[in-house]
Design a binder for this molecule. Structure first.
Ligand SMILES: Cc1ncc(COP(=O)(O)O)c(C=O)c1O
Length: 372
């Protein structure tokens, strides 16, 4: 029986290999490995797709968040509201600029930042938060409009951390169209993944984009040859831009394929688990297919015995990790996050998962759940 990959980059490579090789050869021929023409070409295509004025590619999704916070001039000690249920990088970026994450709870259905819980961050004693970072967890768009209204009410900003959601839509708009800045990641296993690290930042503000371009390149003002601010080595490699350009050509069909897998899973499993929510106005990009189960360890063991890989994204609230235990948690203690992190498992989902393999996964999960 063929081995099942959690994310099958080799299957994608079989289909896209020629286009990717052609794109890479072009870079090897012109030799502009840093900020070559592919970077500008990619930025133009991505900005048009997201319908934002500017796209600044960068070295990773974490750099994208850190650069966004630097461009917004977040200062040491500033508070920034983040969901407690996310990948650690969301909070890590806040700490990297010396600011303090305040952890809020998530919605029990979508696992995205709960606007009511986020609002409680303004009731805490001490300084008011300067902004909110919303995460489109597992590729499902966050409540961008409500969170923008909350931020505006308090004179704060919203950043959308779309590391998992490039390609996701709500009401016909990209989820990355929300927030003064939105970021994404091109980590290889992401829906649009490079062959190494990469990320991108989107905004509509002409001053912010000047700051972002300077921060990505050691704080340089290239026209004057001066360094007015401290920056990073934050550029996306030209070779990664070339890979992404090749992958973008099939990206829409890959999203559709992911959606088909998710629909089959949900239909086949809905009598045993609550499938991830998929309202009519939302087109998630299905970065993960994540459900809650009782007896998670046993279910995973059962699946592993049948050579079905599973993952736990994420096993505990961020605030319970040693690097973050000193940070603030909003009133209520983030009960939804606590329960979800103790129960979630993710099963394989990608665009090249054929129906017989999906059926093996479904049947292994059903017997693991029923056999408990
Ligand atoms: C929600 C979220 N934010 C930020 C990141 C960081 O992206 P990168 O790994 O490209 O630094 C990730 C990566 O998994 C993520 O899932």
């Amino acid at each position: 029986m063929p081995t099942i990959q959690f994310v099958d980059l080799a299957a994608q490579q079989l289909i896209l290999g020629d286009q990717i090789s052609r794109r890479i050869s072009t870079v090897l021929d012109h030799g502009s490995y840093i900020m070559g023409p592919e970077v500008a070409e990619l930025e133009e295509l991505l900005a048009a797709r997201i319908q934002r004025q500017h796209c600044v590619t960068c070295a990773s999704g974490t750099d994208a968040l850190q650069m966004a916070l630097m461009a917004l001039e977040v200062l040491p000690g500033d508070r920034v509201v983040v969901p407690d249920f996310t990948f650690v990088a969301t909070a890590e970026a806040v700490r990297l600029v010396g600011a303090e994450p305040v952890f809020a709870d998530v919605d029990p259905i979508t696992y995205n930042l709960d606007p009511e819980s986020a609002a409680l961050a303004w009731d805490l004693p001490g300084p008011s938060p300067v902004g909110i970072i919303a995460v489109d967890l597992f590729g499902h768009p966050a409540q961008g409009e409500q969170l923008e209204r909350l931020a505006n009410r308090h004179g704060a900003w919203l950043i959308t951390d779309g590391a998992q959601s490039f390609g996701a839509m709500r009401d016909g708009r990209s989820s990355l169209s929300h927030g003064v800045i939105a970021t994404t990641s091109f980590y290889p296993s992401k829906p649009l993944g490079a062959y190494g690290d990469g990320g991108a930042i989107f905004c509509d503000d002409d001053q912010i984009v000047i700051a972002l371009r300077s921060i990505r390149n050691h704080g340089a003002d290239v026209s004057r040859g001066l360094h007015d601010r401290v920056g990073l080595t934050g550029r996306l490699d030209t070779l990664q831009a070339a890979v992404l350009l090749a992958k973008l050509e099939v990206f829409d069909s890959e999203i559709e394929a992911r959606q088909r897998v998710a629909t089959r899973y949900s239909t086949a499993l809905c009598d045993l688990v609550s499938p991830p929510s998929n309202p009519a106005n939302v087109d998630p990009v299905w970065a993960q297919y994540t459900i809650e189960v009782e007896g998670r360890d046993e279910v995973r063991l059962n699946m592993a015995e049948k050579q079905i890989p599973t993952c736990v994204f994420y096993p505990r609230p961020i605030h319970e990790n040693a690097a973050y235990t000193a940070c603030q948690v909003v009133l209520g203690g983030n009960q939804v996050t606590s329960l979800a992190t103790s129960r979630v498992i993710s099963i394989p989902i990608h665009a090249y998962l054929d129906e017989p393999v999906q059926d093996r996964i479904i049947s292994a999960l059903r017997s693991a759940l029923v056999g408990q």
